[in-house]
Each structure stands twice: as structure tokens, then as C-alpha cells.
Design a protein around this ligand. Structure first.
Ligand SMILES: [Zn+2]
Length: 452
């Protein structure tokens, strides 16, 4: 059984409780102020946009928002928090009890809450770890924490869940591109009947899967040797690919949460009422699938891959055969879009539509459509679309030409039927990939048979 606590940075302009810009810098301790340094007497004020983004995340994860929300102080003594407590949410998170479906598997979400990121501590700078360095640029950056139920059953499933979660949140603008490399998660994992082990602070999708795979093997090995798994907190060593027992973790209640007296209680429903609510990927997929009678899961995976591709599908499907549109946009258009990310759909949309419309009328072969779409991304235009009938006529002509100019080929085929392949090869070369090889083979066979 695997459960996750996921920390995602919110793309706000400023930090959570002060006006310092929310950005990174190579210059340590350059983006700080008395509030995010935790100076005595400094007073936090909540960034409203962070609460809005958290509400959008909660909606995307089908969570039930709480009417009222407030912040708490989570007290612990560690140099990454100069004020000795982290402002987070405990009793009254943003929302509770949601879920996310991943490949037919439903993973429960216990809660979504907002908190500030601590500073970054660097421990391995000094030769004998005589001292550590602290960079407060990250201190006070807004995070949402998403806590799942222990519903995942394999390391691969946990990775797929996290990837899907990030795609969904990216679609509604709660996370930005590239977050999959930076996302931080704590994972708890247990095998049936055994104790639960928590792996803290894993960075990125790939490491999450690696850490869980190692831990699963370690626990199974212990069980096989009739040794019990100890309930503990471990950390993941990215270089060695192993988990290591780390400092004993305090139980939640030992943190001594208290109400944060510097901040008010927020009425979430009034915040939600006033803000713009983006359509989630699931809602959009449902809408497009219903309108054009398309399989919802295919539409969802397309729009989660790329929002512009989803918009292109919605636009074009009105004027062409929608299933053809989905088919081409999910395959060749998608591949070319990734190759030529600089090409804007607004410039080439009409050409893509022209090609798919001709295909919808059954006039084009797959090879012609593929080539035309590639040309659109390279030159902006599809060029002339050779229709099937015309193309077949041209193919016939090409074969006749070869048979007339090289009559010895027919002699050869009479002796050895396999010699037909040499003609097929010549045509493939001459036609520069305009026809698929099966079609060429059939056409050559037909032309040869006429003459034998
Ligand atoms: Zn600040």
C-alpha cells in the first residue's frame, strides 16, 4: 500500500506572506525581507492568489471545500525556519475528501492545504560538515500539499498517479511546465501485515518510482527472512538508489500546532464566488466527447498532453469528421507540434483543417495526409493534395514506364517470380515515400499480370 504527500510550488507573483517576488536566484539570500526571514515583530499577510490557486486545485481533485479556513503554526526547531515554526494548515485545510482517476484506478485524496516553504539548507558544503549553509530565498514560497489515501499498489502506479496529477494541475494553471522534475513528495509504503515506512523528501517522478521500488524490495527481503519491518522514517539517496534510516520523526501531535494569531480566518466560499474558475481537463474532455461523440478517455489524454492540441481538436472537429480529426491530431499533428514547438496553431489551423477535411471525404491516402501535415509544420502550407484516384493513376503510369523501358524485367519474372521485388524497390525510390509499400506491391503485381 502506497500513499503520497505531494508538495507543489504555486506560480504566484509574490511569496505567501510577504511581497518578495516568488522566483529563484543563484545569489543566496537575495530575495528576502523581515517577514520571510522570520524577524521578531514582522507581520505576515496572506497572498490571496495562493488561496485561489489552492481552491482551483481542490476543485480539479473533486475535493469538498471547507467553508472556513485558517492557518496554524507548526512548531519545530530547525535552521531552515528562523522563526522556529512553519505557517501551515492543520485543523482547517482548504478542502478534503476528493479523488483522481488514473487509468481506471481511483485514488482518494484526503486533503489539500496551503503552507510556506522553509529555507533551503545545504549540508555538504564544508569539508567535515563543520557547518551548514542556509538560503532563505525559498523561505515563504507558497506550496500546496496534497495528501492521498494509501490507495496505490505499486511504485509504477504511484508514478503514473503523480504524473497525471501534475498534468491536471498544469491544465488549470496551478503548476507550471517542468514541475515534474522539481515536485517533492513524501511516500509511505507498507506490505500486507507489515509496519508503515515513510520516505521523506523525494524529488521528481523518476526518483519517486526508484525509491519505492527499493523500499518494496527491502521490505519483502526482511519479511522473507522472518524479520519485521520497523516503523520509521527514511530518506532516499539519489546517487546510490537506496533508502536510509533517518532521524526519528516526531509524531504529528508532537509538533504542537497552535492557531496563527497574526492571520484571520478566511471565508473560502466568498473567495471562490469572486474568482474566475477555469474548466478542468476532465470537464473539458467530457464536453468535447459528448459534443462530437468521441471516446472521452482519448480526448482527455490528448488535452492533458497539450492544451493547444485540445483547442485545435475542438475547433476543427466542428467542420470535419471528428474521429478523423482526433486520430490525426493525436498522432502526426502531436508529433510535429513537439518537434516544431515554435509554430503557432493560429497560423496553420486552416491548412490542417483543409487536409483533414479532404481526408474526411475519403479522397486521400494515409501517406498523403501524413506528408501534408509534415509540410504544414515545415513551410506553413500543405501544398497540393494528391487524391487517391489521381495517385493510383500516377502509380500505374510509373510501373508501365519501367516495364516498357526495361522489357528484360518481365523475362526475369517469368523465370523467377521473386524478381518482382526489384520493380517494387525502384518504384519506392522514384515515388519518394508517397505510397506505402503494400500498395506498391499490389499495383506492380496487377500490372505485371496484365503482361504475362
Ligand atoms: Zn519576504
Amino acid at each position: 500500500m502506497i500513499g503520497l504527500e505531494i508538495h507543489v510550488q504555486l506560480p504566484t507573483k509574490s511569496k505567501l506572506f510577504c511581497t518578495c517576488p516568488n522566483k529563484t536566484s543563484d545569489d543566496p539570500n537575495s530575495i528576502v525581507c523581515p517577514i520571510c526571514l522570520g524577524m521578531p515583530g514582522s507581520k505576515p499577510a496572506t497572498n490571496r492568489r495562493a488561496l485561489e490557486l489552492a481552491c482551483i486545485a481542490a476543485k480539479t481533485l473533486h475535493c469538498r471545500p471547507l467553508e472556513k479556513t485558517w492557518f496554524s503554526r507548526k512548531t519545530y526547531f530547525y535552521p531552515d525556519l528562523a522563526k522556529d515554526f512553519q505557517i501551515t494548515q492543520f485543523e482547517a485545510p482548504i478542502a478534503i475528501n476528493g479523488y483522481l482517476d488514473v487509468d481506471g484506478k481511483r485514488v482518494g485524496i484526503s486533503r489539500v492545504h496551503v503552507e510556506e516553504d522553509p529555507a533551503r539548507a545545504v549540508h555538504d558544503m564544508a569539508p567535515h560538515q563543520e557547518y551548514s549553509l542556509i538560503d532563505y530565498n525559498r523561505s515563504g514560497v507558497p506550496l500546496i500539499e496534497i495528501v492521498t489515501k494509501p490507495d496505490m499498489n505499486s511504485p509504477a502506479q504511484a508514478r503514473d498517479f503523480l504524473r497525471m496529477l501534475l498534468s491536471e494541475l498544469r491544465y488549470v494553471g496551478v503548476v507550471v511546465e517542468g514541475e515534474d522534475l522539481k515536485v517533492r513528495a513524501d511516500a509511505n509504503i507498507s506490505i500486507e501485515g507489515g509496519e508503515r515506512v515513510e520516505i521523506k523528501n523525494i524529488t521528481g517522478l523518476r526518483n519517486l518510482e526508484r525509491a519505492l521500488e527499493f523500499e518494496e524490495r527491502r521490505q519483502l527481503k526482511l519479511e522473507k527472512a522472518h524479520m519485521s519491518v520497523k516503523r520509521e522514517t527514511r530518506s532516499f539517496d539519489e546517487e546510490k538508489g537506496v533508502t536510509i534510516a533517518s532521524r526519528e520523526k516526531e509524531e504529528e501531535q508532537e509538533y504542537g500546532y497552535i492557531f496563527e494569531p497574526d492571520l484571520p480566518v478566511y471565508n473560502l466560499s466568498s473567495i471562490v464566488d469572486k474568482m474566475a474558475k477555469p474548466v478542468t481537463a476532465s470537464e473539458k474532455a467530457q464536453e468535447i466527447a459528448k459534443k462530437f461523440n468521441l471516446p472521452e478517455s482519448d480526448v482527455r489524454s490528448l488535452i492533458l498532453d497539450s492544451k493547444p492540441l485540445g483547442e485545435l481538436l475542438e475547433d476543427i472537429a466542428q467542420n470535419v469528421d471528428p474521429s478523423r480529426a482526433l486520430r490525426w491530431i493525436s498522432s502526426v499533428v502531436k508529433a510535429e507540434h513537439y518537434k516544431h514547438s515554435e509554430v503557432s496553431f493560429s497560423l496553420i489551423k486552416s491548412e490542417i483543417e483543409r487536409v483533414i477535411a479532404a481526408d474526411s471525404a475519403g479522397k486521400l491516402s494515409d501517406v498523403v495526409v501524413k506528408e501534408a501535415i509534415k509540410r504544414i509544420f515545415e513551410t506553413g502550407e500543405a501544398g497540393e493534395l494528391t487524391e487517391i484516384e489521381e495517385a493510383e493513376g500516377e502509380l500505374e503510369k510509373m510501373i508501365s514506364n519501367i516495364l516498357e523501358t526495361e522489357p528484360n524485367l518481365l523475362e526475369e519474372i517469368r523465370r523467377q517470380p521473386k524478381a518482382i521485388n526489384s520493380i517494387v524497390g525502384k518504384i519506392i525510390k522514384q515515388s519518394k515515400g508517397r505510397y506505402d509499400s503494400k500498395k506498391i506491391f499490389e499495383a506492380v503485381q496487377k500490372e505485371v499480370e496484365k503482361r504475362l
